[in-house]
Design a protein around this ligand. Structure first.
Ligand code: ADP
Ligand code: ZN
Length: 453
């Protein structure tokens, strides 16, 4: 009998020791002082530049065209000498012509959602999958999640990286995972209750929808075990976060990733003051999208990302198109890893209305300052004659929707004038009943632009 206990004891002992070691390593890298982090990042940047120069005809040619060799990378600022990559490169070399490992080293494929055109394919080696889980897992521990948590993953499982990304990260930190994927919302809410789910990973639009359905079912999420929303994959505003936090009694943690980079990789810490980018995983720069000059901390521009340890599909100075700012000072949580502030939009989702730049996130922010406004809106853009016309359909909250035309007209006038002031261009506003606009399980698609280019 005893002989049966000994191997089991050994296995448990080994697992406990491994858990302790991994925990210590995790803690060490998260809290590493700035100087050490910079040294580590420079070492990884040099190694990646050298690896690509030697292995990849694509990168070697690009580097030669810029007259740069791996030896020219001596400081972190020298990253600016490296060539950019764009989404067009990924599409031109579809599906796997930029991969730098043989097929037999690839253990998984994913694809982007294709928000801005043809999806791109990403391949992963075993180490790539491991680093991805490590990066997001670290982020989850930075918001205090761990073995005591039950994390329900309501991001789509499949080619989209959201589902499996959160799944692996949650398992890595020892949490219990509920692999719900999207859809079947009532059942999702049932699971939250039955399994005592403490954290819910989804797009912010889906989180709001889950809240609406819960209300209809007569369930108050505030009274549930749910405490944390791991929300991202699409632009959302602080106002929307305020709404989610106050209506559903959860903290809304902003999470960031993109399939080209691996998938969801980084989140805010418990301080909720920007998304930490682990310095040994990625190097972030912000550039002026017109001049390509590097911008300093606190200046808004296009984010450029270099993945420092990716093997199968390396990404160097990738112009991802997201607009944000960088914060380099040590966070109040004590971590010296840089943060990006909320992403205000993508260079390519900017609408030009009568010559004025308009981001859908500006519209969302402005609408959310009105207490009568409900959870969804839609922007329709068309060209009438030579003029751009923008119509914003706005859902109202049930308590604000009334039959009193005079009251509705006054509210519409108020929202129209607020929008004009915040966007610097006029938009028509139509107030629509609660629940009448489309809901989204994954990323929201709130803009319909029917203008011919
Ligand atoms: P696609 O580019 O086809 O949408 P992905 O599914 O990989 O491909 O999505 C990545 C993009 O999603 C990012 O480049 C960014 O624009 C957006 N995104 C991801 N997380 C956030 C977030 N927290 N806030 C705003 N946008 C985000
Ligand atoms: Zn922090």
């Amino acid at each position: 009998m005893l002989s049966g206990y000994i191997p089991e004891f050994r296995t448990r002992f080994r697992a406990t020791i491994m858990g302790i070691i991994m925990g210590l390593l995790n803690e060490r890298i998260q809290m590493m002082p700035r100087k050490e982090l910079d040294e580590l990042q420079l070492k990884l940047l040099k190694a990646q530049a050298r690896r690509l120069y030697e292995l990849s005809p694509f990168y070697r040619e690009r580097m030669k065209a810029k007259n740069v060799t791996p030896e020219d990378i001596r400081t972190l600022d020298d990253s600016a000498k490296l060539p950019f990559m764009t989404k067009k490169d990924l599409r031109d070399f579809y599906p796997d012509k930029l991969f730098t490992v043989p097929r037999r080293e690839i253990i998984r494929y994913h694809a982007s959602s294709g928000t801005t055109g043809k999806p791109t394919i990403v391949g992963y080696t075993r180490k790539d999958i491991d680093m991805w889980a490590e990066s997001l897992g670290r982020s989850l521990t930075s918001v205090g999640l761990g073995e005591d948590d039950v994390i329900q993953v309501a991001n789509t499982y499949g080619l989209f990286t959201g589902g499996l990304g959160f799944h692996y990260a949650a398992e890595r930190i020892g949490a219990a995972v509920v692999p719900a994927s999207t859809g079947n919302t009532e059942r999702q809410i049932q699971m939250i209750q039955d399994l005592g789910v403490t954290a819910y990973a989804a797009t912010p639009s889906y989180m709001m929808y889950v809240g609406e359905v819960a209300e209809k079912m007569g369930i108050d999420l505030k009274q549930s075990t749910l405490k944390t929303g791991l929300l991202g994959a699409e632009p959302w505003s602080d106002k929307m976060r305020d709404r989610i936090q106050s209506q559903y009694g959860i903290r809304g943690i902003n999470c960031f990733g993109a399939s080209e980079l691996s998938g969801p990789l980084f989140t805010e810490c418990s301080e909720q003051t920007g998304i930490h980018f682990w310095k040994d995983v990625a190097l972030v720069e912000i550039i002026d999208p017109e001049t390509h000059e590097k911008l300093g901390p606190g200046e808004s521009g296009e984010m450029v990302i270099t993945m420092l340890q990716k093997e199968a599909f390396p990404i160097i100075r990738y112009r991802i198109g997201d607009i944000t700012m960088l914060e380099e000072d040590t966070c109040s949580c004590g971590r010296a890893h840089p943060r990006i502030t909320r992403i205000t939009g993508r260079v390519d989702d900017m609408l030009i209305i009568r010559g004025i730049n308009v981001f859908p996130s500006q519209v969302e922010h402005c609408l959310n300052t009105n207490p009568e406004v409900g959870n969804e809106f839609q922007i329709l853009v068309e060209r009438k004659g030579h003029l751009d016309e923008m119509l914003v359909k706005v859902e109202l909250k049930p308590e604000a929707f009334t039959d009193n035309i005079l009251e509705l007209n006054a509210l519409r006038e108020r929202i129209t004038s607020k929008l004009r002031n915040s966007l610097n261009v006029g938009a028509k506003v139509e107030l629509v009943p609660p629940g009448s606009l489309p809901r989204y399980e994954g990323k929201a698609k709130r803009v319909k632009d029917t203008r011919e280019i």
